[in-house]
Design a binder for this molecule. Structure first.
Ligand SMILES: CC(C)(COP(=O)(O)OP(=O)(O)OC[C@H]1O[C@@H](n2cnc3c(N)ncnc32)[C@H](O)[C@@H]1OP(=O)(O)O)[C@@H](O)C(=O)NCCC(=O)NCCS
Length: 165
């Protein structure tokens, strides 16, 4: 089995990442401009998976304030079709979760199409729980689930120990 590694992604990867985004999401893909904006946003974090010196997957998330709490929001996750089911998607998710935790996020949110079985199974495996159904989120008749995970941060825990809470 081929090995892969996870590294930070940046604007110099935009062309490859956008191609992959279109391959994975077709008409619902983020535009190149939107991806470029995310890649340069200081609140965002982007990681790529590299196998045989080629980018085969990526993830982008951003730290936001959601319902009064600092939270991570996952914007996009993509793995090249022929490289799926080798643990790359899960590794990208875990790397971004680690980053959100380091940046003090208490929760992580994401949206996923109700018929996207691979992604829903992955998110359930990682402990995400559906909190809402969003009607027509991806267009007419294309509903989504919003899912959430509470961050178990050692940093947050030690902070509350110090505060005595
Ligand atoms: C969803 C996606 C990122 C998963 O990436 P991946 O690298 O294939 O996933 P992994 O190999 O890390 O799988 C991890 C777990 O996810 C689940 N999973 C992944 N693909 C699955 C599938 N086709 N069917 C059922 N479960 C699946 C399994 O629980 C798996 O764990 P296991 O291998 O121990 O059974 C990939 O299918 C993809 O890019 N899809 C198109 C884009 C997309 O839908 N992104 C998410 C949008 S919200």
């Amino acid at each position: 089995m081929n090995k892969f590694r996870i590294e930070r992604a940046g604007l110099s990867d935009l062309g490859v990442l956008h191609k992959l985004e279109v391959e994975c999401f077709k008409k619902n893909a983020y535009s190149k401009t939107s991806l470029g904006l995310l890649l340069t946003d200081w609140r965002a974090a982007s990681f790529k998976a590299i196998m045989n010196e080629r980018i085969v997957g990526f993830i982008i998330g951003r730290v936001e304030r959601i319902r009064g709490k600092r939270a991570g929001r996952i914007y996009t996750l993509n793995v090249e079709p022929k490289c799926r089911r080798r643990g790359i998607g899960e590794a990208l998710m875990k790397r971004l979760e680690e980053e959100f935790s380091k940046r003090g996020c208490e929760e992580i949110f994401l949206e996923v199409a109700v018929n996207n079985v691979p992604a829903i199974t992955l998110y359930k495996k990682l402990g995400y729980e559906v909190v809402e159904k969003l009607r027509n989120y991806y267009g007419l008749g294309k509903d989504a689930y919003r899912a959430k995970k509470i961050v178990k941060s050692s940093e947050l825990e030690s902070e509350s120990i110090i505060k005595g809470s």
